[in-house]
Design a binder for this molecule. Structure first.
Ligand SMILES: [Zn+2]
Length: 871
């Protein structure tokens, strides 16, 4: 790669705004020659962009391209000197005319990091698969372009690839012609797209299996009909596990639903969905060709909650066809305009358009909100409408604020303005801004018009502040009769250090034991909270309920604290609440208290041991077992940890044996057994039995469970390399290879850890997926084995940040942040890793902000765990 400065790579908001003032893009014709993908990937691939655009006459600008080399730059019929104009990330374009055509021919590189054009060889059968992934700015790793969301263009793609491959792009296939010189290669041409941003363009090529179907329906507002061809792709080696019909059925339900609420016909022709290997994220909303991780093709038995999460992702991406693809944020500050909406709409659509119904909102409260609460309490939190100065900052912002908090706040918005006004605003927004770019104010105008309310105060207080309100219920009661019930709001904005209380429209549920012993809802009050303290006068003089559940129905976004009486009820009788959403909200409160060191971790684990066996929802149960395990490993003092862990494991092993044969719950108990056993030898005998096929009836121990067991055995030093190799030979596919890589690095030996450490930092050929697998293995086994790497971590992160792609560097720096148990007798700030991290931050004030952000978050997570351990 040529020399270039990191500023060239890290496009700033100011530069993007300037370029946007200078040029208007018309269309792109992009040709990719992928013939080297088969035999000679090291050679890279030939790429050519022909771009027509208008410009301010006499001005200059630049294209983005990150690749091996540029061969030719031709502007308006003139060849320009490549050496002078290409610096390795940007191509300068001087002396522009009013109307321009630029042709750039270059050589790009195949990716192993999931950024740009990723190339994967399937270990199951040696077949080759390519796909692209660009957000926020990696189209420039595949073809020269103006890489920013508000320079939309119409794209025509053309691809040369082996004739027996399948090739797809955003637009429909127009023609496939064998090359006359080399008929084993063919040229695919694809229909020109509508105006779209570069980050959602896409190409897929390889020996994919393909399935097809269709959707048709009536489209508002004119009542006309629309037909959409549907396609689905996955690798040949997993096609037997691919339930394409289920995917199509859900897709059709989604298209019915979104057309009914958005009232704007899907504008991108076909709707293909490709499930691809080694994918960096859940899915990406490329119009006409959505890409998903192929972890969503369940090759091992999956539970209902996994299917529900997949449905949520599918509908999230579909919502993006309108929020994001049709109408796009101007710059990454308003990333929430698409992600918060898609996250909210995905959950809403699962609730409205599928059989899961309200279980969708239970999952939202259970997992999505927990993510938001966690992220919003980090020192790096930010407003939903963020201040994103450059691309590195944009990359870090695909976080719990932009997705989960944004979606939670939209749920509150819908409660505030009503569903009708919300969708009517959305319809106006789509028709007014179709194929354009927007900012916050464009949406507020429509919301205000549709709801008849001035939205500026609401938006400022919810979207432009940071942090989370804590709402505490305090009660006085006399002889079972309520005196006063007050709700206190504490809301410090951690960014501005100012009070930032918010208006909350929410419900207070009153639950009392009925004659069957169940906690039944007896009254529910709608509250309009604003300010620091609110008296609930309606409850004065009534009999004290056994549980006052604030934010019942989960309409608002806040941390809740129980009054004392309610806390006692929850800790003794949580299993008596029949409503799963109410139960999840109580669990969420207990978990937040544990993380805040208000409730001892042991009490949380005790509650899980006591009530989880009665839990009937697999999503809730899985989450409880994961948080209980975190409570043990991160929030419990070392001296008590092993006893608490064995108690938890005892409950898990017992419940595994009692669970209904073949049920999701049985599988959830098994997964917890394998996960907690990474740090314990207590149940390894049982795990061995399961591996040998002698376990509880109905429990299916296929690829994933087998490797979950091997991981636990390896971490405890009970898996020899020869055994792991024999297991891999038994079934050699991509998931097995990941399992094998984790288990090999999990072995508790100094040389094994050294090898895993070195390949993580030095082996640039490791793919994104195998890199993370190596790191996961490294992190298993006793902490003493990793002590020597603490200072090496801080010595090496600056260098790795500068030398690796942001995806890979973020994984290494984020996943390897050193862990540490609290050393008794040392104050928090004297704990060794706290000292090292603090010193690094002081000495590296000038380090890239995105790198500092990861270290600051790692340190804050550590401090939180240590605080709970120190008590
Ligand atoms: Zn999204």
């Amino acid at each position: 790669m040529s020399q270039f400065t990191s500023q060239d790579l890290n496009l700033s908001r100011a530069e993007a705004a300037e370029r946007s003032r200078t040029v208007t893009v018309h269309d792109y014709h992009v040709s990719l020659d992928l013939r080297t993908a088969l035999q000679d990937p090291e050679a890279g691939f030939t790429t050519r962009s022909i771009i027509t655009f208008s410009a301010v006459p006499g001005s200059s600008t630049f294209l983005d391209f990150v690749g091996r080399s540029v061969q030719r730059i031709n502007l308006n019929g003139r060849d320009l000197p490549v050496e002078q104009l290409y610096r390795g990330a940007r191509i300068s374009l001087p002396e522009l005319a009013a109307e321009n055509q630029v042709i750039v021919t270059a050589t790009g590189e195949y990716s192993r990091s999931g950024e740009g054009l990723h190339r994967f060889v399937d270990p199951a059968d040696g077949k080759i698969y390519l796909y692209t992934q660009y957000e926020p700015a990696d189209a420039r790793r595949v073809y020269p372009n103006f890489e920013q969301p508000d320079l939309k263009g119409r794209y025509s793609f053309e691809v040369i690839a082996p004739s027996e491959w399948r090739v797809a792009s955003n637009g429909a296939e127009v023609s496939v012609q064998p090359l006359s010189s080399t008929p084993e290669l063919s040229r695919w041409s694809f229909a020109q797209t509508e105006p779209i941003s570069s980050y959602i363009t896409c190409v897929l090529a390889g020996e994919y299996s393909y399935f097809s179907s269709s959707w048709s329906g009536t489209v508002l507002p004119d009542g006309g009909s629309l037909a959409i061809p549907l396609g689905a792709y996955c690798r040949a080696s997993i096609k037997e596990s691919f339930d394409a019909e289920t995917i199509f059925e859900l897709t059709r339900k989604g298209l019915d639903f979104f057309h009914s609420v958005f009232g704007y016909p899907y504008p991108f022709g076909k709707y293909d969905q490709a499930f691809v290997p080694e994918y960096n994220l859940g899915a990406m909303e490329n119009p006409g060709l959505v890409t998903f991780t192929d972890d969503y093709v369940f090759t091992s038995r999956a539970t209902d909650i996994q299917y529900q999460q997949r449905a949520n992702t599918l509908l999230h991406e579909m919502a993006h066809m309108w929020f994001g693809d049709l109408v796009t944020m101007q710059w990454w500050d308003d990333l929430w305009l698409k992600e918060s909406f898609a996250d909210f709409m995905g959950t809403f659509a699962v609730a409205q358009a599928t059989d899961w119904g309200n279980a969708s909102w239970v999952s939202f409260a259970n997992r999505r909100k927990a993510w938001a609460y966690r992220q919003d309490q980090l020192p790096t939190t930010h407003p939903i409408v963020a201040d994103i100065v450059d691309l590195e900052a944009a990359k870090q912002n695909f976080d719990g604020i932009t997705y989960a908090k944004g979606a939670s706040v939209l749920k509150q918005l819908v409660a505030f303005v009503g569903e009708d006004a919300f969708f009517s605003a959305a319809r106006e927004y789509f028709s007014k801004h179709a194929f354009g770019n927007t900012t916050l104010k464009d949406l507020l105008v429509e919301l205000s018009a549709a709801s008849g309310r001035d939205m500026s105060d609401w938006s400022e207080r919810w979207l432009q502040t940071s942090g989370i309100s804590t709402l505490s219920v305090s009660v006085t009661a006399d002889d079972g009769v309520l005196g006063s019930v007050r709700i206190e709001q504490e809301a410090m904005d951690p960014v501005t250090a100012r009070n930032a209380d918010r208006p909350h429209l929410l419900r207070l549920g009153c639950y009392t034991f009925d004659s069957t012993g169940a906690l039944a809802l007896t009254e529910s009050h709608s509250l309009d909270l604003d300010g620091a303290s609110t008296e609930v006068t309606a409850l004065q003089g009534v009999a004290q309920p056994d549980l006052l559940l604030l934010n019942d129905e989960d309409l608002s976004y806040a941390k809740v604290r129980f009054d004392d009486h309610s806390l006692q009820t929850v800790l003794t009788s949580l299993d008596r609440l029949n409503d799963p959403l109410a139960r999840v909200l109580c669990w969420s409160t207990l978990w937040n208290m544990t993380r805040d060191a208000v409730l001892p971790a042991a009490s949380y684990v005790e509650a899980v041991r006591r009530f989880a066996p009665a839990e009937s929802g697999v999503g809730i149960l899985s989450n409880l077992l994961e948080t209980a395990s975190t409570a043990v490993e991160s929030f419990t003092p070392l001296a008590q940890r092993s006893d608490l862990r064995e108690e938890l494991l005892g409950t898990i092993a017992e419940q595994l044996k009692l669970a209904v044969a073949g049920s999701d719950l049985q599988l959830a108990w098994f997964r917890a057994l394998a996960a907690v056993s990474r740090n314990s030898t207590g149940q390894l005998g049982l795990l061995r039995q399961l591996l040998d096929g002698e376990g509880p009836i109905g429990l299916q121990i296929d690829t994933d469970p087998r490797w979950q067991i091997w991981r636990a055995l390896a971490a405890n030093g009970l898996a020899a390399p020869a055994e792991l190799e024999a297991e891999l030979a038994r079934e050699s596919n991509s998931r097995a290879l990941v399992g094998f890589t984790v288990a090999m690095a999990a072995r508790p030996e100094a040389e094994v850890k050294a090898q895993a450490w070195n390949s993580t930092w030095q082996d640039g050929s490791l793919s994104n997926e195998l890199l993370s697998a190596t790191i996961s293995g490294f992190l298993l086994g006793p902490e003493e084995l990793r002590e020597e790497y603490r200072s090496r971590y801080f010595a090496q992160i600056g260098e790795i940040w500068a030398s690796r792609s942001i995806e890979i560097a973020s994984r290494i720096v984020g996943e390897l942040f050193p862990e540490q148990d609290a050393q008794p007798g040392l104050a928090l700030e004297q704990q060794p890793v706290v000292v090292l991290a603090t010193e690094w931050l002081e000495a590296n004030a000038e380090a890239p902000a995105a790198l500092r952000r990861i270290v600051i978050e790692g340190l804050d997570n550590l401090r939180r765990a240590l605080r709970a351990q120190l008590g």
